[in-house]
Design a protein. Structure first.
Length: 561
């Protein structure tokens, strides 16, 4: 990248013309100090800080604000995208040495699902402003089921002109599917995780209104918003000049639904693994409570790359890793949203100093990174995997799981509402976990051992504040006959009258039934058990209007055929 001065009298006009022609332009300014940086990060899209210079990407939305600030700036030459070679066919794309057109990308994603129906399911996160699909693949040994397995998420190209990760994610999905029966490491991941891959988070930025990646590809969505500065933020509220975008709304809904244990967001423009926080939420503590763990998994990703990549690749900042806010702060970033609001664990991975990886280098990008992609997901198999249940009824309990004196800034996790399962990934050591739930006494389990690259299983029983004798009354669903093999009748509390959602959860936490019935007080509901294997289940009844729910336990007797 070269830097050139514009004539002072024409500089602002030149910058305006670049933004109009290409929908974006990059400038650099001398590092202005932390106070001005804080103002900048709330108003423009900072892309990097290097050698005491700040690189800023400007869109039609932000150009006027920036010029009005009278910054002493230099205009950066645009990177040409002559290396972005579009494939002539899907067969050519799937050699992973060229870029797909949008229609080819759509077909490849659909072909994955049709070619591997026992391993792959295609979902739609939403549509872009211009109507392009934002797609996600679910790869699992039972893709049609909602199993009680750790959910993990890879997503790329939220900045539409950062393209290498787009093809890398397609290649990774292809690798998992083709090697499921050939590679024990792949099989272990697919059998024990629910893997979601979103190769292209911002199709309007990558393709604009066309079908091929071109010079009109841009960082932003169709409205000129940087989507990785647009997520709900505890310190930067939405305003009339910062409106939550459709792509953001859809992605937030998708991530709230799935509650990913661990995830990564792939970018380009630098070569570094960036871990939370990207903004100082707690000025006193600064770092995430699990900073040691975050640093170790980031170090493992970069160190693995160093073994298989060339000298000098992914060695920026702290030899390929950085605490985000130590590099530069941003607000509205996705990794902080997931980690703060959803209690997930996400990092941002910058794959290539070139924003648009030349097609000729896509194979190299794969060779450098695919082992790190595998290893990063394996982190979800380690740490503490637990199940929280009622000590008397064995019904799953949705509980807050935290470590007193350690957790801060929303670093706690929660057990699943339906299954009671939870995962807490921690640095090696002995930990004291406390479980808190409405209607239950707090429960603390001391000296839970965490060993590097191993799984610790934990069964937790919580005792109700109300005694078991007092809790058995007419308001508890009456299930009869119980045990049963074909049908159970459910006499429900009057409060549930109306449309009721019925969920049946296995002991392992798998949802095996989910449907609706109308309930009229005084008339029992018939529950069909004929599709269930023998065993113990939790059944949950929830009124769809009031949200009131009741739980019960049923035992299904195995049937003879």
């Amino acid at each position: 990248m070269t830097i050139s001065w514009s004539q002072d009298t024409n500089k602002d006009n030149q910058l305006h013309n670049l933004v109009i022609e290409y929908r974006q332009a990059e400038v650099t300014i001398p590092y202005p100090g932390s106070v001005v940086m804080d103002i900048l990060t709330k108003n423009v899209s900072i892309t990097s800080v290097k050698d005491k210079k700040v690189i800023i990407n400007l869109s039609p939305r932000t150009i006027d604000w920036f010029i009005a600030g009278n910054f002493n700036y230099l205009i950066l030459d645009r990177e040409d995208n002559k290396g972005i070679v579009s494939a002539k066919s899907i067969i050519q794309v799937m050699d992973w040495q060229s870029y797909p057109t949008y229609s080819q990308y759509d077909s490849i994603m659909r072909n994955f699902a049709s070619a591997y129906p026992s391993l792959c399911h295609l979902d739609t996160i939403g549509k872009s402003i211009n109507g392009k699909y934002v797609l996600a693949l679910k790869i699992s040994d039972n893709p049609s089921l909602n199993e009680d397995e750790p959910k993990v998420f890879y997503s790329s190209t939220i900045h539409g002109d950062e393209t290498g990760g787009f093809v890398l994610m397609l290649h990774f999905a292809d690798y998992l599917l083709k090697n499921y029966n050939l590679d024990t490491r792949v099989k272990n991941l697919v059998d024990n995780l629910e893997i979601w891959i979103n190769p292209l988070a911002n199709p309007d930025g990558t393709y604009g209104t066309g079908n091929a990646i071109s010079s009109s590809s841009t960082r932003y969505n169709a409205n000129g918003y940087d989507l990785n500065r647009n997520f709900p933020d505890p310190v930067t509220p939405y305003t009339s000049s910062n409106i939550e975008q459709k792509e953001t709304i859809d992605m937030v809904r998708f991530m709230r639904k799935h509650r990913f244990v661990i995830s990564a967001n792939f970018h380009a423009g630098d070569e570094v693994v960036n871990y939370p926080w990207d903004y100082f939420y707690n000025k006193k503590s600064k770092y995430h409570a699990d900073n040691t763990w975050f640093k170790s998994i980031s170090r493992a990703f970069a160190d693995t790359v160093h073994v298989y990549g060339p000298a000098g690749y992914m060695t920026e900042l702290d030899n390929g890793i950085t605490f985000g806010a130590d590099w530069y702060s941003i607000t509205g970033g996705r990794q902080d949203f997931i980690t703060w609001n959803l209690q997930g664990r996400e990092v941002t991975i910058e794959l290539d100093v070139n924003k648009e990886t030349p097609a000729a280098q896509l194979t190299l990008l794969w060779q450098y990174n695919w082992r790190s992609l595998m290893g990063y997901l394996e982190n979800a198999l380690y740490g503490i995997h637990g199940l929280v249940k009622d000590a008397h009824t064995s019904v799953p309990v949705p509980a807050k799981v935290f470590i007193s004196g350690h957790d801060v800034d929303s670093s706690q996790v929660y057990s699943d509402t339906l299954s009671g399962s939870f995962i807490r990934m921690l640095a090696p050591g002995a930990w004291n976990l406390t479980f808190s739930a409405k209607g239950y006494h707090d429960t603390t389990i001391n000296n839970v051992q965490v060993v590097a690259r191993q799984r610790t299983d934990l069964a937790v029983e919580m005792r109700s504040i109300t005694s078991s004798i007092d809790s058995v009354d007419s308001e508890i669903p009456l299930l009869f006959p119980n045990p049963a093999s074909s049908f159970i009748m459910a006499k429900l509390p009057e409060k549930l009258s109306g449309k009721v959602n019925i969920k049946i959860i296995s002991q392992s936490g798998m949802k095996v039934a989910d449907y609706f019935k109308d309930f009229l007080s005084g008339y029992p509901l018939e529950i069909d058990l004929r599709g269930l294997a023998g065993g113990e289940y939790t059944i949950i009844f929830k009124n769809t209007a009031s949200g009131i729910l009741y739980r019960g336990r049923i035992v299904v007797i195995g049937r003879s055929f």
